[in-house]
Design a protein around this ligand. Structure first.
Ligand code: 13P
Length: 248
Protein backbone atom coordinates (compact mmCIF):
# COMPACT_ATOMS: atom_id res chain seq x y z
CA UNK A 1 0.00 0.00 0.00
CA UNK A 2 1.22 3.52 -0.73
CA UNK A 3 2.26 5.64 2.21
CA UNK A 4 0.23 8.75 2.88
CA UNK A 5 1.95 12.13 2.45
CA UNK A 6 1.57 14.95 4.95
CA UNK A 7 3.07 18.15 3.56
CA UNK A 8 3.22 21.43 5.42
CA UNK A 9 3.00 24.63 3.39
CA UNK A 10 4.50 27.45 5.39
CA UNK A 11 3.49 29.98 2.69
CA UNK A 12 5.23 33.36 3.30
CA UNK A 13 5.81 32.77 7.00
CA UNK A 14 8.90 32.12 9.06
CA UNK A 15 12.28 33.54 9.91
CA UNK A 16 15.66 32.07 10.84
CA UNK A 17 14.90 31.97 14.56
CA UNK A 18 11.29 30.81 14.39
CA UNK A 19 12.14 28.15 11.77
CA UNK A 20 14.83 26.80 14.09
CA UNK A 21 12.35 26.50 16.96
CA UNK A 22 9.62 24.92 14.81
CA UNK A 23 12.03 22.41 13.28
CA UNK A 24 13.44 21.50 16.69
CA UNK A 25 9.91 20.76 17.86
CA UNK A 26 9.14 18.65 14.80
CA UNK A 27 12.40 16.71 14.91
CA UNK A 28 11.91 15.95 18.61
CA UNK A 29 8.44 14.61 17.84
CA UNK A 30 9.60 12.52 14.89
CA UNK A 31 12.33 10.53 16.58
CA UNK A 32 10.28 7.44 15.88
CA UNK A 33 9.76 7.11 12.15
CA UNK A 34 6.24 8.18 11.17
CA UNK A 35 3.93 5.86 9.21
CA UNK A 36 3.57 8.48 6.47
CA UNK A 37 5.91 10.55 4.31
CA UNK A 38 6.42 14.09 5.60
CA UNK A 39 7.46 17.20 3.69
CA UNK A 40 7.76 20.92 4.36
CA UNK A 41 7.26 23.51 1.63
CA UNK A 42 9.27 26.46 2.90
CA UNK A 43 10.12 29.89 1.44
CA UNK A 44 13.10 29.59 -0.94
CA UNK A 45 15.50 31.77 1.14
CA UNK A 46 15.33 29.13 3.88
CA UNK A 47 16.14 26.06 1.74
CA UNK A 48 19.73 25.95 3.02
CA UNK A 49 18.70 26.31 6.65
CA UNK A 50 15.91 23.74 6.46
CA UNK A 51 17.76 21.21 4.32
CA UNK A 52 20.72 21.20 6.75
CA UNK A 53 18.39 20.88 9.68
CA UNK A 54 16.23 18.01 8.34
CA UNK A 55 19.11 16.00 6.83
CA UNK A 56 18.85 12.39 7.94
CA UNK A 57 15.36 12.87 9.37
CA UNK A 58 11.94 11.78 8.08
CA UNK A 59 11.25 15.30 6.79
CA UNK A 60 11.69 15.99 3.07
CA UNK A 61 12.20 19.46 1.68
CA UNK A 62 9.61 20.96 -0.68
CA UNK A 63 9.37 24.19 -2.66
CA UNK A 64 6.22 26.30 -2.87
CA UNK A 65 6.68 27.00 -6.57
CA UNK A 66 9.07 26.40 -9.46
CA UNK A 67 9.71 28.25 -12.69
CA UNK A 68 8.07 27.07 -15.91
CA UNK A 69 11.42 27.78 -17.61
CA UNK A 70 14.73 25.96 -17.43
CA UNK A 71 17.04 29.00 -17.06
CA UNK A 72 17.67 32.50 -18.34
CA UNK A 73 16.17 35.97 -18.15
CA UNK A 74 13.31 35.31 -15.73
CA UNK A 75 14.00 37.73 -12.89
CA UNK A 76 12.86 36.51 -9.50
CA UNK A 77 12.24 32.91 -10.56
CA UNK A 78 13.78 29.69 -9.27
CA UNK A 79 14.47 26.81 -11.65
CA UNK A 80 13.92 23.15 -10.89
CA UNK A 81 17.66 22.51 -11.21
CA UNK A 82 18.30 25.13 -8.50
CA UNK A 83 15.82 23.30 -6.29
CA UNK A 84 17.69 20.08 -7.01
CA UNK A 85 20.89 21.70 -5.67
CA UNK A 86 19.23 21.97 -2.26
CA UNK A 87 17.84 18.44 -2.23
CA UNK A 88 14.28 19.60 -2.79
CA UNK A 89 12.09 16.50 -3.20
CA UNK A 90 8.67 18.02 -4.00
CA UNK A 91 7.47 21.30 -5.54
CA UNK A 92 3.97 22.69 -5.24
CA UNK A 93 2.66 23.84 -8.62
CA UNK A 94 -0.54 25.74 -9.28
CA UNK A 95 -1.36 26.57 -5.69
CA UNK A 96 -4.56 28.64 -5.76
CA UNK A 97 -2.66 31.62 -4.33
CA UNK A 98 -0.32 31.47 -7.34
CA UNK A 99 -3.24 31.09 -9.74
CA UNK A 100 -5.14 33.94 -8.07
CA UNK A 101 -2.42 36.50 -7.26
CA UNK A 102 0.09 35.70 -9.99
CA UNK A 103 -2.26 34.88 -12.84
CA UNK A 104 -0.93 31.37 -13.39
CA UNK A 105 -2.89 29.61 -16.11
CA UNK A 106 -3.45 25.87 -16.44
CA UNK A 107 -0.84 25.86 -19.21
CA UNK A 108 1.81 27.52 -17.04
CA UNK A 109 1.07 25.09 -14.21
CA UNK A 110 1.51 22.16 -16.61
CA UNK A 111 4.90 23.53 -17.72
CA UNK A 112 5.97 23.93 -14.09
CA UNK A 113 5.09 20.29 -13.47
CA UNK A 114 7.14 19.37 -16.52
CA UNK A 115 10.18 21.29 -15.28
CA UNK A 116 9.94 19.64 -11.87
CA UNK A 117 9.67 16.14 -13.33
CA UNK A 118 12.64 16.79 -15.61
CA UNK A 119 14.77 17.50 -12.52
CA UNK A 120 13.52 14.45 -10.64
CA UNK A 121 11.34 16.56 -8.34
CA UNK A 122 7.78 15.42 -7.64
CA UNK A 123 5.28 18.13 -8.56
CA UNK A 124 2.38 18.49 -6.15
CA UNK A 125 -0.27 19.69 -8.58
CA UNK A 126 -2.86 21.81 -6.76
CA UNK A 127 -6.42 21.97 -8.07
CA UNK A 128 -9.58 23.34 -6.55
CA UNK A 129 -12.72 25.33 -7.16
CA UNK A 130 -13.76 28.71 -5.75
CA UNK A 131 -16.94 29.07 -3.69
CA UNK A 132 -18.67 30.68 -6.64
CA UNK A 133 -17.74 27.76 -8.88
CA UNK A 134 -18.96 25.24 -6.29
CA UNK A 135 -22.25 27.04 -5.91
CA UNK A 136 -22.67 27.09 -9.68
CA UNK A 137 -22.22 23.30 -9.76
CA UNK A 138 -18.88 23.57 -11.60
CA UNK A 139 -16.60 21.82 -9.10
CA UNK A 140 -15.99 18.70 -11.18
CA UNK A 141 -15.52 20.58 -14.42
CA UNK A 142 -12.99 22.98 -12.84
CA UNK A 143 -10.78 20.40 -11.15
CA UNK A 144 -10.88 18.15 -14.22
CA UNK A 145 -9.85 21.02 -16.48
CA UNK A 146 -6.97 21.93 -14.16
CA UNK A 147 -5.71 18.34 -13.96
CA UNK A 148 -6.26 17.66 -17.68
CA UNK A 149 -3.78 20.39 -18.62
CA UNK A 150 -1.07 18.71 -16.54
CA UNK A 151 -1.90 15.24 -17.89
CA UNK A 152 -1.85 16.57 -21.45
CA UNK A 153 1.63 18.08 -21.16
CA UNK A 154 3.19 15.40 -18.97
CA UNK A 155 1.76 12.27 -20.60
CA UNK A 156 3.55 9.13 -19.54
CA UNK A 157 5.17 10.80 -16.50
CA UNK A 158 1.81 11.36 -14.89
CA UNK A 159 2.16 8.49 -12.44
CA UNK A 160 5.06 10.42 -10.84
CA UNK A 161 2.97 13.37 -9.64
CA UNK A 162 1.05 14.08 -6.45
CA UNK A 163 -2.34 15.77 -6.80
CA UNK A 164 -3.59 18.13 -4.09
CA UNK A 165 -7.29 18.94 -3.97
CA UNK A 166 -7.59 22.31 -2.26
CA UNK A 167 -11.05 23.88 -2.48
CA UNK A 168 -10.29 27.61 -2.49
CA UNK A 169 -13.17 28.33 -0.11
CA UNK A 170 -11.59 26.06 2.51
CA UNK A 171 -8.11 27.60 2.44
CA UNK A 172 -7.27 29.63 5.51
CA UNK A 173 -10.96 30.06 6.30
CA UNK A 174 -11.39 27.44 9.02
CA UNK A 175 -14.13 26.05 6.80
CA UNK A 176 -13.06 22.50 5.90
CA UNK A 177 -14.66 20.38 3.20
CA UNK A 178 -16.56 17.56 4.86
CA UNK A 179 -14.89 14.17 4.44
CA UNK A 180 -17.73 13.24 2.04
CA UNK A 181 -17.31 16.40 -0.06
CA UNK A 182 -13.56 15.84 -0.28
CA UNK A 183 -13.87 12.12 -1.04
CA UNK A 184 -16.33 12.83 -3.83
CA UNK A 185 -13.87 15.11 -5.63
CA UNK A 186 -10.92 12.80 -4.94
CA UNK A 187 -12.86 9.94 -6.57
CA UNK A 188 -13.44 12.10 -9.66
CA UNK A 189 -9.73 12.90 -9.84
CA UNK A 190 -8.80 9.24 -9.35
CA UNK A 191 -11.04 8.22 -12.24
CA UNK A 192 -9.46 10.89 -14.43
CA UNK A 193 -5.98 9.65 -13.53
CA UNK A 194 -7.04 6.04 -14.18
CA UNK A 195 -8.08 6.99 -17.70
CA UNK A 196 -4.58 8.41 -18.28
CA UNK A 197 -2.35 5.97 -16.43
CA UNK A 198 -2.26 2.28 -15.61
CA UNK A 199 -0.74 3.27 -12.26
CA UNK A 200 -3.44 5.66 -11.04
CA UNK A 201 -3.89 3.79 -7.78
CA UNK A 202 -0.25 4.56 -6.99
CA UNK A 203 -0.72 8.33 -7.35
CA UNK A 204 -1.32 10.16 -4.10
CA UNK A 205 -4.25 12.56 -4.02
CA UNK A 206 -3.96 14.70 -0.90
CA UNK A 207 -6.48 17.12 0.60
CA UNK A 208 -5.76 20.70 1.66
CA UNK A 209 -7.94 23.41 3.17
CA UNK A 210 -8.14 24.07 6.91
CA UNK A 211 -6.89 20.58 7.77
CA UNK A 212 -6.05 20.57 11.46
CA UNK A 213 -5.30 18.29 14.41
CA UNK A 214 -9.01 17.83 15.11
CA UNK A 215 -10.31 17.00 11.64
CA UNK A 216 -7.33 15.22 10.02
CA UNK A 217 -8.16 11.65 11.08
CA UNK A 218 -11.65 11.73 9.62
CA UNK A 219 -10.48 13.21 6.32
CA UNK A 220 -7.56 10.79 6.07
CA UNK A 221 -9.87 7.82 6.64
CA UNK A 222 -11.56 8.37 3.26
CA UNK A 223 -10.59 5.78 0.64
CA UNK A 224 -9.19 8.26 -1.91
CA UNK A 225 -7.58 10.75 0.49
CA UNK A 226 -3.90 9.85 0.54
CA UNK A 227 -2.60 12.62 2.74
CA UNK A 228 -2.82 16.31 3.46
CA UNK A 229 -1.41 19.66 2.39
CA UNK A 230 -1.49 21.72 5.55
CA UNK A 231 -1.13 25.49 5.77
CA UNK A 232 -1.79 27.21 9.09
CA UNK A 233 -1.59 24.08 11.24
CA UNK A 234 1.90 23.27 9.89
CA UNK A 235 3.27 26.35 11.66
CA UNK A 236 2.71 24.80 15.08
CA UNK A 237 4.83 21.74 15.83
CA UNK A 238 2.29 20.18 18.16
CA UNK A 239 -0.58 20.45 15.66
CA UNK A 240 1.46 19.29 12.69
CA UNK A 241 2.75 16.29 14.66
CA UNK A 242 -0.83 15.33 15.51
CA UNK A 243 -1.79 15.42 11.85
CA UNK A 244 1.25 13.27 10.99
CA UNK A 245 0.22 10.79 13.69
CA UNK A 246 -3.29 10.63 12.20
CA UNK A 247 -1.90 9.52 8.81
CA UNK A 248 -1.43 5.79 8.87
P1 13P B 1 -4.75 26.19 5.39
O1 13P B 1 -4.44 24.82 5.96
O2 13P B 1 -4.17 27.32 6.17
O3 13P B 1 -6.21 26.33 5.11
O4 13P B 1 -4.02 26.26 3.97
C1 13P B 1 -4.19 25.23 3.08
C2 13P B 1 -3.25 25.39 1.95
O5 13P B 1 -3.42 26.28 1.13
C3 13P B 1 -2.09 24.50 1.87
O6 13P B 1 -1.43 24.64 0.66
Amino acid sequence: MKKKLIAGNWKMNGGLASNEALLNGLLAGLQQAPACDVALAVPAPYFAQVSAKVAGSAIALAAQDVSAHASGAYTGETSSVMLQDFGVRYALVGHSERRQYHGESDGVVAEKARQALAAGITPVVCVGETLQEREAGQTEAVVKRQLAAVIHVNGHCISEIVVAYEPVWAIGTGRTATPEQAQQVHAVLRAQLAAASAHADRIRIVYGGSMNAANAAELLAQPDIDGGLVGGASLKAEDFLKIIAAAR
